[in-house]
Design a protein around this ligand. Sequence first.
Ligand SMILES: NC(=O)c1ccc[n+]([C@@H]2O[C@H](COP(=O)([O-])OP(=O)(O)OC[C@H]3O[C@@H](n4cnc5c(N)ncnc54)[C@H](O)[C@@H]3O)[C@@H](O)[C@H]2O)c1
Length: 388
Amino acid sequence: MSKPLRIAVLGCGFMGRAHSNAWLQVNHFFPREHTPVLKVAVARPEEKEKLEKFAKAWGYESIELDWRKAIHRDDVDLIDVCLPNNMHHDVVIEAAKAGKMIVCEKPLAMNLAEGEAMVAAVEKAGVPNMVSFNYRRVPAISLAKQVIDEGRIGKPFHYRATYNQDYTISADVPQGGMALWRLDAKVAGSGVTGDLLAHSIDTAEWLNGPIVKLVAYTETFIKQRKHAETGKLEPVTIDDACMFLAVFANGSIGTFESTRYARGRKNYNTFELNGENGAVFFDLEDPHILQYFRYADPTTGKKIEDHLTGWQRIHVTNFEHPYMKNWWVPGCTIGYEHTFINSFADFLASLEGGPKFEPTMRSALRTQRVCECILQSAREGRWVEIPA
Ligand SMILES: NC(=O)c1ccc[n+]([C@@H]2O[C@H](COP(=O)([O-])OP(=O)(O)OC[C@H]3O[C@@H](n4cnc5c(N)ncnc54)[C@H](O)[C@@H]3O)[C@@H](O)[C@H]2O)c1
């Protein structure tokens, strides 16, 4: 039986588009009881014209220029937060008080204190909630999780993650405004740590368990940039690049690197986990491939004597691969936008008695805590232990 799920999407930028598309598509590929209805699109009054075009393009029934009004509408069940980071806290708390379900983009918040208040609010209200760490639902990454959980990697030794881009190398790139609010610490909270490493940390802890301590170094290469809103040259206080060493609870050690100054890299989100019996490697710029190295049999631990031993490139498009039986036929790839569709499919299933959705805001708070420890470590130039 179909049950309308009336959605307000807040923000009509990059994620507003990705989420609108996913809500429209999800039931075509993953039949669920809930039928998403794009009820209202929300942006600021100064973007009315852009919002109208957005609403028309995606088939929204209405628009609102005041996010509070959208939250308190009786014909809205779910608030989908696709707004810059400095708005997540107020919007989520207001939505929780109004008893609405909440989807929130990552990073959860500007800082840990905000994140804690948000978790307290959603838990007090008892509203279903999720944070959009969508890379967990790249089928190749879900397959990596399966391979690790099956014991095929064995005792892990090394975790290695990168998340590199190159779009801020020019000193002429301003800070502030559409998309470039990421360069303004007052709006973003932090630089690559919250924006990119939050993804790497969520994936790493999901695959390899909790990080117990770390030491970080951050750099801001361009110290002043014109601010898009004031037109003035203003100090840049975000981290342009961040590297950290990590020790995991399982005894393995990790390196993490993120920058927006890696000339040639656009969305180079990679990880490799090397264990005693095998290894996995993933690169988001080649998203349908999981590389797997098989050294020993997971059940006997014995070396597999095989002259063909080597890295396998698994084309993750078979029906038996995560999510893929709901898509096309084997050999046909899916892409970036599908990670959001897979996420909403799981979220809707969780509302209908399926497995609990992860990550909730409570789980995403963990990533926020690690980010906070990274920034603290870089500021103080020392190792920081991460509370469990
Ligand atoms: N999961 C991912 O892979 C991923 C990717 C990109 C961005 N994000 C996250 O998504 C969020 C949004 O990022 P984006 O790239 O879509 O940003 P964006 O700049 O493209 O869009 C932001 C939108 O928010 C709207 N907005 C800003 N202030 C507002 C206000 N006061 N009232 C109503 N609307 C307002 C803007 O009009 C714009 O439409 C951020 O938290 C970001 O970190 C996640």
